[in-house]
Design a protein around this ligand. Structure first.
Ligand code: GCV
Length: 832
């Protein structure tokens, strides 16, 4: 049960106006509170707002307070220039308020970006003061005050100081200059189109507002796989336009740069970091950019990684590379984020000692202390690449004399992309709270453990032009969760889930409970039906990172191996017999991971290679756990649908319907994953499921076993992505497949597992006897044009009366390259 945040929850519940919402205002909805709650706040919140100082973020803070109070309380704050003798909200930096209202006698030592919300009674009149060391802090304080009202918290006797946990709270966008986005699922770029900055940057300032509401203070605006063109001189003015859109919200712009730029666009014959010409080039380039954007945050650099140019070309180190760029930024106060994601993607998979997980530590640990003070090594949460579960990267604990930032991925690259509900705050919490020996990851990243000058948290955000920013409503929770944790990583995941739900969907207790619980169990559910026990994502590693493909990670140089064979599964990363990766941890942590007995089940196959019959802490064998967890995960995903239906009518219809469709799709995909992974491990291990579910599907009729008119049976690759390894595909303009029902009469649900490729819009009809009982189009845009695990989708048709002898017929009409393929139908008794 979640602890209520709200002092007056029931009063808020009645507030939600159930009008259709498109999600564009995200968690900043400011919907009208219920009348009783609003009445309480109208007494507590003054009628006047006074801004001491008019610098940009303070002006935004004032406008935001007016907007929020008007939305929630139906009152428009009156703007006054001076502190009146009546109750007022007074906002400004401490300095400015001390000048404007010396009678308040305010004094405090506040940290940069921190704020103080304080009720002051002067001459019998209460004032709400929102103050900070700097304008950005005032803006954050204003958002915090509004959040309190939206969450139903008391605001009548305020005395609350908040200090951000870390100075760096940034997002990276992987946007390309042509407007596309690497691993973005929320539409085209809000920054770029056709090779230049977009004319209309209104979404950029709206994004700045969302970021500011969470305390995020920096955003890099182009892909870390950087286009060198961005450093062409004519881009400086374009970057300045983006910076201007963000500036009112206190968000500093940064850019990703390509290390080869001095040569590729700079006219030099080298990009060797120790060459003085190269140093001079970076210096001149930085000067040019800072002339256009004086408050530029700095650069992000991905070098010697996945084919990017880097110092290895000249036999130089990452420190040489980072420092030459950082020195160019230094005089301007800029930071250089040097990505720790460096590994060899051409590793020999036959060598059992090779291990991609070792790479970041092996590359950066020897260089500790050799990076300049304005360099931050940006380290992914785990040692591989944003997999569904990874141990905390040992690099965090290994750099005592180097600034760090923890890189977390908000965009759901390996987490179902924008199609699945996977709330990542619980996963991030596990990493951030993990004690590596010298300290927790959060303390290490923030620079607290080793007293570094800077450090913090970077989220790969990838919002796009979609109305709802993230491609679906629920993924917004990940942006919210990242921001809240970057501000305060001590917040709990349940707290964040409940806050987000309340702000996004309103305070109806049933909505709160349902949505928060769905969010909180979603990571575990996804892990269970994709890659549990530390297997990582068993997905198309070399392609779209989306659909199931158990062997895609094997026998190639990318190093995401799970090494499953006929006798066992898992990467042996032990010091004793394996790759030695575990030795990168402090002794206390290494001891736990090294011992098969002590290693947590969740990571056992990440750390050890074990026989399928090995018995886990759960008491089950590895193989039975793989089966059971996949079935548990699929059932949990299926149950989301009923849970969501339970809040029908309690939130607006549009978002209700859109999320329902998403959860129905996810349930179908969960079944694909369940069957694919279970069947694959059954074939490999030859050990049957003790519960006889694997390979045994009552009510399922394979398409290739139906009577086919025009349809032809095709092999599916990988075989596990389709039931029986086969589907039927229509090579002509129209095909049909039918079967005769022979069971008991009654009400049934029919499920058709079909393939929705992205290279056409095929149409389907389902007939029972002569009657068309359903028709649909396959119009989704999943990232595949093939008949495979990514495109496998489910159509569910409930409430069908069947009698023995009825014909069930699927008709397919291909379009473009999409062949109206399908895998099977399932005939399941309808629940009453
Ligand atoms: C921006 C993974 C992703 C790439 C990404 C890379 C990185 O490999 O699949 O799309 O490139 O990480 O973080 O640099």
């Amino acid at each position: 049960m979640l602890r209520p945040l709200c002092v007056i929850p029931a009063l808020l519940a009645c507030a939600a106006a159930l009008r259709a919402e498109d999600g564009s205002v995200a968690w900043l909805r400011y919907t009208a509170l219920g009348e009783t709650a609003a009445r309480g706040y109208r007494l507590a919140v003054p009628a006047v707002v006074v801004a001491a100082g008019a610098a940009a973020p303070i002006d935004s803070a004032q406008q935001e307070l007016i907007r929020g109070i008007r939305g929630m309380l139906g009152r428009t704050l009156r703007v006054e220039a001076h502190v009146p003798r009546e109750s007022a909200i007074v906002i400004g930096t401490l300095d400015e308020i001390q000048k404007a209202a010396p009678q308040f006698g305010l004094s405090a030592k506040l940290e940069p970006d921190g704020f103080w919300l304080k009720t002051i009674t002067e001459g019998g009149v209460p004032y709400i003061v929102v103050t900070a060391e700097d304008g950005r802090g005032v803006l954050y304080g204003a958002f915090a005050l509004l959040r309190k009202i939206a969450l139903g918290e008391a605001v009548d006797r305020l005395d609350e100081r908040q200090t951000p946990y870390a100075p760096v709270r940034w997002v990276n966008q992987w946007d390309n200059l042509d407007g596309s986005m690497e691993r973005g699922y929320g539409g085209p770029s809000i920054f770029w189109e056709g090779g230049h900055v977009r004319q209309d940057l209104s979404r950029v300032s709206e994004y700045g507002r969302l970021l500011a509401s969470l305390g995020i203070n920096g955003c890099s605006i182009n892909n870390v796989n950087a286009d060198p063109q961005l450093l062409d001189s004519d881009f400086a003015a374009q970057i300045a336009r983006i910076a201007a859109a963000f500036r009112p919200w206190g968000v500093q712009v940064a850019v990703s740069v390509d290390f080869g730029s001095p040569k590729s666009i700079g006219g030099l014959d080298t990009f060797d970091p120790v060459d003085p010409k190269v140093a001079a080039w970076w210096k001149a380039k930085a000067e040019e950019l800072y002339r256009a954007v004086p408050d530029l945050g700095g650069f992000v650099l991905k070098a010697d990684s996945e084919g990017r140019a880097g110092p290895s070309t000249y036999g130089r180190t990452h420190a040489d590379a980072a420092n030459v760029v950082a020195r160019a930024l230094k005089t301007h106060g800029g930071l250089l984020f040097y990505r720790g994601f460096v590994y060899d993607h051409h590793m020999d998979w036959r060598n059992p000692k090779n291990d991609r997980a070792r790479a970041a530590y092996d590359n950066f640990h020897p260089l500790d202390g050799r990076f300049d003070d304005n360099v931050i090594v940006q380290i992914k949460n785990g040692p591989i690449d944003f997999q569904v579960r990874e141990p905390a990267s040992p690099v965090f604990g290994a750099l005592e004399r180097t600034n760090e930032a923890a890189e977390l991925q908000i965009t759901q690259e390996y987490m179902g992309q924008a199609r699945f509900l996977v709330f990542l705050a619980p996963m991030w919490k596990e990493t951030l709270d993990f004690d590596l020996g010298p300290g927790t990851v959060k303390a290490l990243a923030a620079g607290k453990t080793f007293h570094r000058p800077t450090g913090g948290f970077v989220g790969v955000a990838n919002v796009g032009l979609d109305e709802n920013w993230t491609g679906n409503h629920l993924s917004q929770a990940n942006l919210y969760g990242f921001g809240r944790l970057a501000w305060n990583p001590d917040l709990s995941a349940p707290r964040i889930a409940e806050e987000w739900t309340r702000l996004t969907f309103g305070g109806d207790p049933k909505v709160l409970e349902t949505v928060s619980v769905l969010l909180l169990k979603s990571w575990r559910t996804y892990e269970n039906y994709t890659g549990p026990l530390g297997l990582q994502g068993l997905t198309d590693i070399v392609g779209n990172h989306y659909g199931v493909s158990v062997e895609a990670s094997e026998r190639n140089g990318w190093g995401q191996w799970h090494r499953a064979d006929q006798t066992g599964v898992g990467m042996d990363r032990t010091m004793a017999t394996g790759t030695g990766y575990i030795g990168q941890y402090s002794p206390a942590v290494a001891k736990v991971f090294e011992s098969l007995e002590d290693c947590p089940d969740d990571l056992v196959l990440f750390m050890h290679h074990v026989p399928y019959t090995y018995s886990l802490h759960s008491g089950k064998t590895v193989i039975q756990s793989i089966y059971d967890l996949h079935y548990e995960g699929e059932q949990a995903a299926e149950s989301y649908i009923g849970d969501w239906k339970g809040i029908a009518g309690r939130i607006d219809d549009r978002r209700y319907r859109e999320v329902l469709a998403q959860l129905e799709y996810q349930a179908g995909q969960a079944e694909v994953w369940r069957d694919a992974v279970s069947n694959w491990f059954f074939r490999e291990s030859r050990i049957p499921d003790a519960k006889s579910r694997v390979g045994n599907h009552p009510g399922r009729v394979e398409a290739e076993a139906m009577m086919l008119e025009g349809y032809t049976a095709v092999d599916v690759h990988p075989w596990e992505a389709a039931s029986g390894g086969k589907a039927v595909s229509c090579p002509i303009t129209q095909c049909a497949a039918s079967t005769r029902y022979n069971g008991a009469p009654g009400w049934y649900t029919l499920r058709i597992q079909y393939f929705d490729q992205n290279n056409g819009t095929a149409r389907y009809k389902l007939r029972v006897g002569d009657q068309v009982v359903d028709e649909w189009v396959a119009a989704a845009h999943v990232p595949s044009a093939k008949i495979d695990g990514s495109t496998s989708a489910r159509r569910t048709v409930g409430g069908i009366a069947l009698r023995a002898g009825d014909s069930i017929r699927v008709e397919g009409m291909p379009d473009g390259g999409e062949t109206a393929a399908f895998d099977y139908i399932e005939i399941l008794p309808s629940e009453n």
